[in-house]
Ligand binder design. Structure first.
Ligand code: 13P
Length: 245
């Protein structure tokens, strides 16, 4: 599953232009992969119209756990479903950092999305400091266990996004990314879980990442903003693990 997280980028007009340039480039993408775009809330409707007739799906960048109410600035699952959204990102390191989102809140968001019929994409990842202190496994395990309490793993995507690799150009070595994704698979205890890697994914490293046994997809930030580069990522080439090593 190849997903592009646009973060706080793209007006409606830009989303429309993007779709016009992107869709012809993925029209013949192999059917073994799903392609997903996560625009800001304001562009969901426009993008949905522009994607009509294609297989590209839409994710939201967040969802609230209540169905409605006095929660200024939040969006409910029902509102997203009405627009044809299929997935929602929860627990991204940016809201964890800037808005102090807790594992408990993230779990509530994930539960509410599943209950409503949206598939949550739970993001987990350690900081540079945590990695240097040898805390990677402890941190990720806590995020996975607390974030996924009461969650059905068959309707879930987990994205391993080491914070130090996000927007920095420093990609996690594919071997290490694969190792952590394998640990996540074991902790969740569901062999068919879809696990993505995220953090400076580019046209130049996608083929190697996708060749790894425990990496089932990618969550792409910066390189998803440019249709040509995201199309190259979506059209990643299947190489054998031996050739990628
Ligand atoms: P970059 O691809 O820009 O490093 O961002 C990754 C990310 O945060 C996707 O959610």
């Amino acid at each position: 599953m190849i997903a592009g997280n646009w973060k706080m980028h793209m007006t409606c007009a830009q989303a429309k232009q993007y779709a016009a340039a992107f869709l012809p480039q993925v029209a013949n993408a192999p059917k073994d992969r799903s392609i997903v775009l996560a625009p800001p809330f304001t562009a969901i409707s426009t993008l949905q119209e522009a994607l009509a007739g294609s297989d590209v799906q839409i994710a939201s960048q967040n969802v609230h756990w209540e169905a409605s109410g006095a929660f200024t600035g939040e969006i409910s699952a029902e509102m997203l479903l009405e627009l044809g959204v299929g997935y929602t990102i929860v627990g991204h390191s940016e809201p964890r950092k800037y808005f102090s989102e807790s594992d408990e809140q993230i779990n509530q968001r994930a539960r509410a999305s599943q209950a409503a019929g949206l598939i949550p994409i739970l993001c987990v990842g350690e900081s540079d400091e945590q990695r240097s202190n040898g805390e990677t496994e402890r941190v990720i395990r806590r995020q996975v266990e607390q974030g996924l309490e009461g969650i059905d793993p068959s309707k879930l995507v987990v994205a391993y996004e080491p914070i130090w690799a996000i927007g920095t150009g420093k990609t996690c070595e594919s071997e290490e990314a694969n190792r952590v994704c394998g640990l996540i698979r074991n902790w969740v205890g569901y062999p068919n879980l879809t696990i993505q890697y995220g953090g400076s994914v580019k046209p130049g490293n996608i083929d190697e990442l996708m060749a790894k046994s425990d990496i089932d997809g990618v969550l792409v930030g910066g390189a998803s903003l440019e249709p040509d580069s995201f199309a190259r990522i979506a059209n990643y080439e299947v190489v054998t693990a031996a050739a990628a090593a």
